[in-house]
Design a protein. Sequence first.
Length: 456
Amino acid sequence: MAELWHGRFEGGPAEALQELNNSLPFDRRMYAQDIEGSRAHVTMLADVGLVDAGERDDILTALDQVESEFSDQSFEFVASDEDIHTAVERRVTEITPAGGKIHTGRSRNDQVATDLRLWTRRELGELRSIVIDFQRVLLDQARSVGDAYLPGYTHLQQAQPVALAHHLLAHGWALSRDVQRLDQTIARLNVSPLGAGALAGSSLPLDPDATAAALGFTSRFENSLDAVSDRDYVAEALFDLALLGVHLSRIGEELILWASTEFGFIGLDDAFSTGSSMMPQKKNPDIAELARGKSGRLIGHLSGFMATLKGLPLTYNKDLQEDKEPLFDACDTVRLTLLALSGMVSTLTFNTERMAAQADSPYAAATDLAEWLVKTGMPFRGAHAVVGQLVRRALAGEGAFADLVAASPDLGEAAIGVMTPGMSVQSRTTPGGGSPTAVSVQLERFAAILVEQTGN
Ligand code: ARG
């Protein structure tokens, strides 16, 4: 078939132009959305009298055939297929002469915007449910570890002991916000651009409300210029995925630390770890490292695409064709990372004895000792200084910390109970706090939100 604009041009395109312009290698994955959009469009054309019922049916039948050619992989592309839109239209026109009417009142500018919204809506919906599956894994692990506890850290220094479930759910809550963000992005992108034409609407009696409804959009565009220029939803999706990727990276980083010999907090399942080609003793947390590594690429897609958008005048510019590759890659990357990390976390074993031993280091109770003094009426600043001095003396070799506490006139034997292994973690019962009792409330709230977000 000749170029779409063959009427206007005398010669054919240069090879380099064709290759640069060709988006088929990546936009072919939108074939289902292109066909769906075309069905809605041709149905509307018939309803407003721009094609007759016979032509509509011929086109719909041809679209069905094209769809099955794609699904059984018998669809044959030809050299002049510049993108998925031209390929589908070319094939429909080969199947039926009525195909020549399919592009009535439509431009690839509103067509591609429609297809990509449909694609993104479906994809983000799927990713959302994979995030929820991962949250369930965290919830299940949090439930199964019971009252196990470990040191909580600030500055990567042991700070105060917390329930292991508390730590696991902390990551779960970050993922809840990711789910919310995906929902909000889906809600905002759910506006149909179809009927905007190339940029200005049409002199033909199109009905954009009808196509919007047929495609399950909540509304149609209000401004045709905006409709074909707007790629905010791509940028938003890239941001949502970049931040989700950053969350996965932070989870990955902790798993890497925890799997190290020095921490020794977790054991990795063989199926979700790798060995070394040279060092037989090694078991490596590659998935966690890739989760950490892939986040860089996701951030790159976001900043790259923002740069693509920033200088564009209204309306459609070919630069916008650069929306798909980062978006597709970001979705693929997040999907795979989520699945792998989820498998890794669901098969982890926790070395809860080692965690407890670290958490029960006498110094971990330092804040509890200061709070014990506060309960006797001492101002917190003074209490902090009393305990701080004992820590300093113990570290200087004046005696074991517990002995110094017992000998302290402010603390003494009565305060020693605070240092009993496992005591410290139990004491922080404030709402949202790290004790097992506080965490049991949190577990229920987290589970309830998951049910709510799943919609059952
Ligand atoms: N392949 C193009 C894209 O992905 C489709 C729109 C082309 N429109 C145009 N007027 N050349 O953006």
